[in-house]
Design a protein. Sequence first.
Length: 257
Amino acid sequence: MKPLQDLAVYDDADFYDREFATREHDVPFFLDQAVRAGGPVLEVACGTGRITLPIARAGVDVTGLDVMPSMLAVARRRSAAEGLPVEWLEQDCRDIRTDRRFALVFSATNAMQHLHDLDSVLAFLTSAREVLLPGGTLLLDVFNPSPAKLARRPDAPYHHKSVTDLDGTELDVRAATGYDAATQVLHFTLDYLRGGEPVRTKKVSMRCFFPEELLALCRLAGLEVVERHGDYDRSPFTGTSPKQILVCRAGTVNRPR
């Protein structure tokens, strides 16, 4: 398998934690799924615990897994400060190593899209399937590729969002994207501007999963897709949905002959 790319963007975990501190619209969906599952729950690519910690606060037995030690350091600090009994695993999601089995495994907020090559995607899906309890659920959360967004030119930057820096000042985030159709990877350059002047730049690359392709990859990894939502409100998936949220269970592995 190829090494994971572009993860240096997550080295500054404190800034990441501040940048996404106000992102809450997806939390109720995953919290509800975790409570329904009853635990144990595993969040893959948990970052600084933005979703893991609310699940722990609800009294659910939850484990967070991430490959970035900087992110886990913040997560551990936050859970310790609240006295929350969360287990944190520093591991590659393509090779999950634990004796535990989980009623729910989930990957939120496009994290799976950092896996750019087919071997990595199948390794993750297979590894996640193998740590499920019988009847357990795997939740996948990726964006639904928009042809209009994929067609954006790299030389045509646009306003992406505004965020608060660590010193409390507001930053304007300008994005430029370029899509590589051969690899299905969308490359982002994010410039963080204060008063029009760049103070930091991030480069992020996300593999795009097209709807039928993602269903086929799940089947190839021995997963049965039992539900498919188009957003965190559980709306039915359509071609214009912003998200692809797949509810999967272990099925029969169908290998090509």
